[in-house]
Design a binder for this molecule. Structure first.
Ligand SMILES: C[S@@+](CC[C@H](N)C(=O)[O-])C[C@H]1O[C@@H](n2cnc3c(N)ncnc32)[C@H](O)[C@@H]1O
Length: 309
């Protein structure tokens, strides 16, 4: 159910409540809205993001996901052989329920828990890998979250976070998204658009976005969070420049127009174009400063305990 106006008002100064309301509301339609699937397309996408920053690390025995949403990142990484067993966690109970359902449908060995990334309810040194996709920018106290990540990792364990907006990338993605929403809802034939009640719900929930989205990142700042928590082998990479300029209008258009109007041809066109532009962006990354790309990815390792003398 969409948040009511009273709930939206109550959440304006409370990022955690805003996240629960916003993501609970999105949970049942999230996979459709963001074209999330658990097939070769999304498995390749997830594994490629992981490898882009963490190289050939793994496979890992037990992985924990923070801000799992519907399970897009970890479930696809498990299908791609990166981890054998998983725990998916999220602040939103609605999201955890969908992630558990998706895992069960895929026959994966996954436990689901409602949890805040700032206070992760798992014992010290108990997991081999911590992952997240598009979650860090929602967490108010990132120093605390990174300390928690290092606490729950076994010595030598690794974390990998992908899909975080850079400061400059967020600027152009947001402007392009807003312009596309405005143009689509004004000029597309009404028979193409989602029902008006759904569009109104989206607009009302969008009022929470400025509370839900807590951070944008300079790559150097992401590195500092990881180092401050005690991580070693920290690495940040960025990706998507032309792919983001193409992708954000496409994603926003898809949020206004239901998939049955667009068809499979559109989905394949969007995906193949995104792939070609990502290929171009990879070449551009050799000459263009990393802060101009949209997506930041970060990895690091909990140092092995010092050898007792
Ligand atoms: C943009 S969604 C991404 C979901 C999923 N990882 C994906 O990429 O599809 C961000 C998710 O982070 C969750 N979240 C926000 N703040 C959180 C926090 N403090 N602790 C744990 N999860 C949080 C939200 O509920 C939401 O499901």
């Amino acid at each position: 159910m969409a948040p009511t106006q009273a709930e939206v008002d109550a959440a304006r100064d409370d990022p955690k409540l805003a996240n629960v309301l916003y993501h609970d509301w999105e949970s049942d339609t999230y996979d459709e809205k963001w074209s999330i699937s658990f097939d070769e397309r999304c498995t390749t996408f997830a594994v490629d993001r992981f490898r882009a920053v963490a190289g050939d690390a793994g496979p890992f025995e037990h992985a924990l996901e923070l801000g799992c949403g519907t399970g897009f990142f970890l479930l696809n990484l498990m299908q791609g052989g990166v981890a054998r067993r998983g725990t998916v966690t999220d602040l939103s109970p609605g999201m955890v329920a969908v992630a558990r359902r998706n895992a069960a449908n895929l026959g994966l060995d996954v436990e689901g828990r409602v949890a805040d990334a700032e206070t992760i309810p798992v014992p010290d040194a108990s997991v081999d890998l911590v992952v997240g996709h598009a979650v860090l920018h929602h967490i108010p106290d990132l120093d605390r979250a990174f300390r928690e990540i290092l606490r729950v990792l076994k010595p030598g364990g690794r974390f990998v976070f992908a899909g975080e907006p850079t400061r400059i990338g967020d600027l152009y993605a947001r402007k392009l998204g807003q312009a596309t929403w405005w143009a689509t809802t004004r000029f597309a034939p009404a028979s193409w658009l989602r029902p008006q009640t759904e569009l109104d719900e989206s607009s009302r929930a969008a009022a929470l976005e400025s509370v839900v989205d807590q951070h944008v990142f300079d790559p150097d700042r992401l590195e500092r969070y990881a180092h401050a928590a005690g991580a070693v082998d920290v690495r940040v990479v960025t990706e998507e420049l032309t792919a983001a300029v193409f992708g954000w209008p496409v994603r926003t258009f898809e949020a206004a127009v239901p998939p049955e109007k667009l068809g499979m041809g559109w989905a394949m066109f969007a995906y193949r174009t995104w792939q070609r532009l990502s290929w171009l962006d990879e070449r551009l990354s050799r000459v263009v400063p990393r802060s101009l790309f949209y997506n930041a990815l970060v990895t690091g390792v909990r140092p092995a305990d010092p050898v007792a003398l």
